[in-house]
Design a protein around this ligand. Structure first.
Ligand code: ZN
Length: 866
């Protein structure tokens, strides 16, 4: 190497080191009254040394974050990195463990003792398990960036305090909970960064294009998914969680640019009543003092108590609360870029990173010091849960839909993710007016360790003291899955014991099993009650099969058995096909196996009861070609739910068309247009275009505000429920506005509707009563035509959740689904979102019916009563 080059390199290294020291002092100011971080191991590179730029000056790409953690693991015997999963976009999900080498060597026995400690006294020497996570929302970057510094400090600090932490704790850091979204945002901010910083909030750097980086690949909010586990990020995280069940979980977030910093305690009036009060009235305020001290030390403003509830078990900061831990939420005002103007001084990315780091280190300090409190919390929690279970009149739940193995199994598998003990039903049983059969139903006892999660999954109505909800107000999974179920009550009242019909415990994920297909020379039949029927139907159509659907029920002999086939049964004739019989048999066999849907061969079209297979009521289906409107103005969540459903659950491509491109799009190749909630333009050219396409034979499916748009644009004659226009001169205190007005919002509750089972949108359902999730004020009037109201809310529709009385009155007897005809096409209006968070398996089928059977739906005309 040339001498001059070597000098140059050496000088630049010294320069970087000096800058790095200045930066390190800035970030770690809270760790010591001197404002300096104490002795640091020089063999451990700072993030700046590793990355080549000061933190806060650039958004660190996810691969660089992973690389830094792996470098720490390579250099330090305090750090170990594990891959716990993979995102849709193939980014590895990593979890890093920071602890002393001695603890690491004993980690398995520590884990075993740790898991036992909830019940065994005198075993308090076992190290604490603490977990820090960040960036579940991809465009809230300060949390994720701060984990680089948390990791550096734990790896490099030679201070007595950090050594004590490493001896006394296993600190797990999951630097980025949503890497796909994080990279979307990081690339956005980096690609628009200017050397001369643009702090103007209007700059493109601070305003991501639709859909932004908050969500995961399919535009879901991953910070609602810990309870629902619909996506790989939550699935990996929850599986890890149950290996370690941490005492403390930290979730770093960001909020609006003009806010300050938030830490717990949160809003008192909205604590979850099933969780013991000790968490809220002792643990949160005690930890709050540590956070306050740390933030006071660096002069940062903050607030607590006013907002952010922990009612829902699916937030990163609340899940641990349902397992005897304490979840903490940090919310930092976002620079949403590198520097942004505020009502005071410009907010820098570096400042936001420092606040997050300060809060994370304060958590470790508090956890270490308050270990006895955390141990008591856990013991009390499980004692309280056991006591609540003992007191409960409900001793178990029995459930299962024999006609839909896929949906039933998905529910059981979700319960198992949360470590809810679930058993096969060991005998036939009648309960709650329903009969459940051995081999087709399952039982969940309430007296089990994770009783609070059992309540969360099954109870439709838990009473909360507040009527303001940050999100939905009920999340009963059994209703979301739409499964027949019954409570098993103690026969002699409260507190009594009952022998539950428990068969074999479920220990492995369930998969549906179907018999092999019997070869037929006449026709194959598929009942459409299984959730995977649509996957099978689409695969058959893609494979070149002509598939029909039956508009009337019938019975036929299958082998020695006479079977009833319901509305919507798929009929695949063997001869009227372009495929030869051999190929068709191979196709139906493959599809049956892959979709786990039973396909039944019949030797004759002559039914034992009802219509024959050659009837006019058996209509040929067209393979759907669907267009989904997306882009600015459209709800990314709802659009993402449709995309995810079709892509992941049905295996069907859907074209995502930007709303802005609709005017110049030729719609003729599409059978179906899906419009989810959105601010659609009041533009006659657009509505005329859609109308002409519908009249030519298209199926328009609209959800929520898109249904309102369709009505207002005259695409259908159906009507909205009139809003309450009575004006009274009321007078309230200004300060009460948020409480009064917020209480009127329909945050998300469950309602019952009556479904027409003979309508193509009701195909495959066996019960007229269906539970629907409603979180909007879209209310459709029941149709003037008696055939158009496919599903109607009952007169007392509320099943669970909070709803303001004025809204409840409007929901009662309103239409949940309307289907009206126009020319050769039809318009199908949903008042609500049947695809909510990929968890409403029960109502997904209504949407899929509209998509697959809409094309053969002819809407009867009605001339009025005589
Ligand atoms: Zn967030």
């Amino acid at each position: 190497m040339r001498q001059s080059l070597r000098i140059l390199l050496l000088t630049s290294l010294l320069f970087t080191t000096r800058l790095a020291t200045a930066q390190t002092n800035y970030f770690f100011a809270s760790t010591d009254p001197s404002g300096r971080p104490g002795p640091l191991n020089p063999a451990i590179p700072t993030p700046e040394q590793f990355l080549g730029y000061p933190l806060g000056s650039h958004m660190t790409r996810y691969d660089q974050i992973v690389a830094y953690f792996r470098e720490l693991a390579r250099l330090s015997d305090r750090v170990h990195v594990e891959t716990i999963g993979q995102t849709y976009e193939h980014r590895p999900l990593i979890m890093a463990l920071f602890t002393s080498p001695a603890n690491y060597a004993n980690r398995e026995s520590i884990r075993q003792n740790h898991l036992k400690r909830a019940t065994i006294a005198g075993n308090d020497e076992v190290p604490l398990v603490v977990q820090i996570g960040a960036n579940v929302h991809g465009n809230e970057p300060s949390g994720g960036e701060s984990t680089l510094l948390t990791a550096y400090y734990l790896a490099a600090s030679e201070s007595d305090e950090v050594k004590k932490w490493l001896n006394g704790m296993l600190v797990f850091v999951e630097p980025i909970l949503n890497p796909d979204g994080r990279d979307r945002f990081a690339n956005w901010a980096n690609m628009h960064k200017s050397d001369a910083s643009v702090a103007d909030p209007l700059d493109r750097e601070h305003n991501e294009i639709w859909p932004g980086g908050r969500m995961n690949h399919y535009w879901f909010d991953p910070n609602r998914d810990w309870f629902l586990c619909a996506h790989p990020e939550a699935q990996a995280h929850v599986a890890w969680f149950h290996r370690w069940i941490p005492y403390v979980v930290v979730d770093h977030h960001e909020m609006g640019t003009n806010a300050t910093f938030y830490f717990d305690p949160g809003k008192n009036s909205s604590n979850n009543p099933v969780v013991p009060a000790y968490l809220y009235d002792t643990v949160y305020p005690t930890f709050g003092n540590y956070f306050a001290n740390a933030m006071n030390g660096i002069g940062s403003l903050y607030f607590t108590k006013e907002t952010f509830d922990k009612l829902y078990p699916g937030y990163g900061s609340s899940y641990a609360n349902f397992y005897g831990g304490a979840g903490f939420l940090f919310e930092q005002a976002s620079a949403r870029g590198f520097v942004q103007e505020t009502t005071t001084v410009p907010l820098t990315f570096a400042f936001t990173i420092r606040n997050q780091l300060t809060a994370a280190l304060a958590t470790l300090r508090a956890s270490m010091a308050e270990k006895p409190m955390l141990l008591k919390l856990r013991r009390d929690f499980f004692a309280s849960a056991a006591n609540q279970a003992k007191q409960s009149a409900v001793k178990g739940y029995v459930f299962g839909d024999p006609a839909d193995q896929t949906r039933t199994n998905a529910f059981v598998n979700l319960l198992r993710r949360h470590q809810i003990d679930t058993y096969e039903l060991d005998r036939d049983l009648t309960a709650g007016g329903r009969t459940f059969r051995k081999g087709q139903a399952f039982v969940v006892p309430t007296e089990q360790r994770n009783y609070l999660m059992v309540r969360s999954a099954f109870e439709k109505q838990i009473t909360y003291s507040d009527s303001l909800f940050y999100d939905a107000s009920t999340w009963s999974l059994i209703h979301a899955f739409g499964l027949p179920y019954a409570e098993l009550n103690a026969p002699t009242g409260k507190g009594a014991t009952v022998a539950l019909p428990l068969g074999k415990a479920i220990t492995e994920p369930l998969a549906a099993t179907v018999p092999p297909v019997e070869r037929s020379s006449y026709a194959y039949l598929i009942d459409v009650s299984d959730y995977n029927s649509y996957r099978a139907l689409y695969a058959l159509q893609t494979g070149g099969a002509i598939v029909k659907t039956s508009f009337k029920p019938f019975s036929a002999n299958v082998g020695v058995e006479n079977r009833a086939f319901g509305y919507g049964t798929l009929v695949i004739p063997v001869q009227q096909q372009t495929l030869p019989a051999d190929s068709l048999f191979r196709l139906v066999s493959r599809v049956s196996k892959q979709a786990s849907v039973a396909v039944r061969g019949v030797p004759t079209g002559f039914s034992t009861q009802g219509i024959d297979l050659g009837s006019n009521n058996v209509r040929t289906l067209r393979k759907p070609e669907a267009l989904l409107l997306v882009g600015p103005g459209v709800s990314a969540y709802e659009a993402g739910e449709v995309w995810h459903l079709l892509d992941q659950r049905v295996g069907m491509p859907v074209t995502k068309l930007d709303l802005a491109n609709l005017p110049r799009t030729n719609l003729s190749r599409y059978t179906t247009l899906v419009m989810v909630s959105g601010a659609y333009p009041n533009d006659k050219a657009i509505s005329d275009k859609v109308k002409a396409w519908v009249q030519g034979g298209g199926t328009l499916i609209t959800l929520k505000t898109a249904s309102e748009w369709a009505i207002k644009q005259g695409l259908t004659k159906e009507k909205l429920v009139a809003s309450d226009t009575t004006r009274r001169s009321l007078r309230y205190n200004y300060d009460d506005a948020v409480t009064y007005e917020g209480a009127k919002a329909l945050g998300g509750s469950i309602f019952t509707a009556d479904l027409d089972l003979s309508h193509p949108i009701g195909f495959g359902f066996t019960d007229r009563r269906v539970s629907l999730f409603k979180n909007s004020q879209t209310m459709l009037q029941s149709s003037q035509s008696p055939y158009n109201t496919v599903a109607q809310y009952t007169d007392k529709p509320l099943v669970g959740g909070y709803v303001h009385p004025s809204s409840l009155k409007r929901v009662a007897k309103s239409a949940a689904i309307l289907a009206s005809g126009d020319g050769a096409g039809r318009v199908i209006l949903f008042a609500d979102n049947p695809n909510f968070r990929a968890t409403w398996y029960g109502t997904n089928k209504l949407f899929l019916n509209a998509l697959f059977f809409g094309g053969v739906l002819t809407v009867p005309s009605f001339e009025g009563e005589e």
